[in-house]
Structures are given as C-alpha cells and as structure tokens.
Write a protein that binds this ligand. Structure first.
Ligand SMILES: Nc1ncnc2c1ncn2[C@@H]1O[C@H](COP(=O)(O)OP(=O)(O)OP(=O)(O)O)[C@@H](O)[C@H]1O
Ligand SMILES: [Mg+2]
Length: 279
C-alpha cells in the first residue's frame, strides 16, 4: 500500500522528456523526500499523484488503484497539495482559505470553520490571524496556512512542492520542526520535494536523490545515504559541509532517538536506536 510509481515516464507535448523509467515505492504513514536540482523532474513526478500531470509511460498506483482510472477532481479533494508559493486565494480570508476543500466536499459551513480553527492551531498560528487576508501575513505565516489548507480535507496523502523555499533560513528551520511535530501526530503519507540537502535530512524517512530526467541516483534513509553514498554524484550532492553532517543519535526523554549533525544541529528523530551508535 502507499504510492507506487511503476516505470513512469513523461514527455511533454513539446517533446521535452522530463522523466523516464522512474520506479519507486512510497510507504504509507511516512515522509519520502524527492531531492534533486532544478529541472530534474520533481514537480512533474509529484503532480502525477493528483493527476495534474498524467504520465506518458507507465503507471502510478495509490493503495493499489491505477490512477488512470481515478477522477482527477475527486482525487485532488482527497490529496493535500502545498505549492511553493502557498497558492492561497488572495480575496478570501485565512479561515475561508483553509475551509475551502471541506466546503467543496460538502461539509457544512459551521463545521468547516470549526475544523479550520483547529488546523490554525495545529500549524502553530493564533486565532487572531483567521480574519486576515493572505496578503496581510508574512511569508512564513502564509506557508503555514498553506499546510493547514492542505490538511483540511483530512487527506491520507500530502504532496509538498518546495513548500518552504521562499522563506529565510531560520523560519525555514522553524517550519521544518513544525512539520516534524505535525507528522509525529498525524502520520500522513507525505511526498516532499526539495533541492535542499539539509531539509531532506531533516524531514525524510526516505530520501530519493534524483539526477536529470528523474533518474534515481539513490534511495534510502538519511543515514544510509550520508554514510554510504551510492556514487560520486550523490557524494558531491551531499558534499558541501559533509563533515558537519556526521550524524549522532541520543535517546530522547519522550521516547525515540534524536539525531543531530556534527555541529549539533538537529536533523531528525528515529523510532529506534541506529545500529552501533556512539551516542
Ligand atoms: N508543461 C511543460 N511543457 C514542457 N516542458 C515542461 C513542462 N513542465 C516542465 N517541463 C520541463 O520538464 C523538466 C522537468 O520539470 P519539473 O518542473 O518537473 O522540474 P523540477 O525538478 O520541479 O524543477 P524545479 O526545482 O526548478 O522546480 C524541465 O526540463 C522543464 O523545463
Ligand atoms: Mg519544481
């Protein structure tokens, strides 16, 4: 179960071959990060999951169902999608932006609003922001609203396309921490796109490193990739500042293991102790 890419390819009508021969299993209830440089096909792959892009070769399956047989509109209402620039409706208040999908799904106005208020607090925003318009929020706040909106239809699957790309590094780390907290609670199947190595390490249960054309260079846990990069390409990608990424794990009082890099910065949390760890 989960999401399955089965020998997927995409050639756009103008002849651009964005993706070829892409196969990947994405397990449920965990975060998979697609990591790669600009133009390597990340957005194309992500959008295949909600049928904003249809593959020209191969199949994409969700919980065993071939998406070619799924109705796009219904699909988009049960799959959350966070775009790079939040994609909020500018003329609707924050609270109504969040309530959009539940309303489309036939949830009553009052119930949809109650749920939207709950989600505001889930993403760490105060109720005082509910009546504002998106233009009256900071970039980081807008991204949080984007996440709340994507969660509002209670989707099993959350697609996130460089959602924190446009905010400064500190806010970005804050949003990543928020995302980890949300994910510990909600355990959605998250497909997260980024070109930022540190972000991939911070959020991914599984990281898929892509070359041009959506070719998988390596797929594995953050630890596996950092400790044994498959080839020179992956090594170079992770190369800058690699020494400070020597991972260390410590048991956490609240359970699990927190992993930090050589500089002591937190990069993620593991359920079980990593093998042969010198904590
Ligand atoms: N509608 C389209 N028509 C033609 N070519 C396209 C179209 N959309 C994307 N492409 C091309 O497909 C390739 C992959 O694009 P895609 O947007 O998937 O990359 P990406 O990895 O998301 O890049 P970025 O990190 O810059 O967002 C690029 O060469 C792009 O120019
Ligand atoms: Mg993209």
């Amino acid at each position: 179960m989960g999401i399955e890419f089965d020998h997927v390819g995409k050639t756009y009508p103008d002849g651009t071959q964005a993706v070829r021969g892409f196969s990947l299993s994405i397990p449920s209830h965990s975060t998979t990060v697609l990591l790669g440089s600009s133009g390597c096909g990340k957005t194309t792959l992500l959008r295949m999951v909600n049928r904003m892009v249809d593959p020209t070769e191969g199949r994409v399956l969700v919980d065993g169902e071939d998406l070619a047989d799924a109705a796009p509109v219904a699909l988009r209402r049960r799959i959350g999608y966070v775009m790079q620039n939040s994609g909020l409706l500018p003329h609707r208040r924050v609270i109504d932006n969040i309530a959009t999908v539940p309303r489309l799904n036939g949830v009553g106005r009052r119930e949809a609003r109650e749920r939207a208020f709950e989600l505001l607090s889930v993403v760490g925003l105060g109720e005082s922001l509910a009546r504002r318009f998106p233009g009256q929020l900071s970039g980081g706040q807008q991204q949080r609203v984007g996440v709340a909106r994507a969660l509002a239809g209670d989707p099993n699957i959350l697609l996130m396309d460089e959602p924190f790309g446009a905010v400064d590094p500190l806010v970005r780390m804050e949003l990543q921490a928020e995302m980890r907290r949300i994910q510990t609670e909600l355990r959605k199947t998250v497909l997260f796109v980024t070109h930022d190595v540190d972000e991939a390490l911070a959020l991914g249960d599984q990281i898929v490193v892509l070359r041009a054309g959506g070719v998988v260079a390596q797929a594995g846990t953050p630890r596996e990739i950092v400790e044994s990069p498959a080839d020179e390409f992956v090594e170079r990608f992770f190369g800058a500042g690699a020494e400070r990424r020597t991972l260390r794990a410590r048991p956490r009082p609240e359970g699990g293991w927190s992993v930090s890099d050589g500089a002591g910065r937190p990069v993620g949390v593991l359920d079980s102790p990593p093998p042969a760890e010198s904590a």
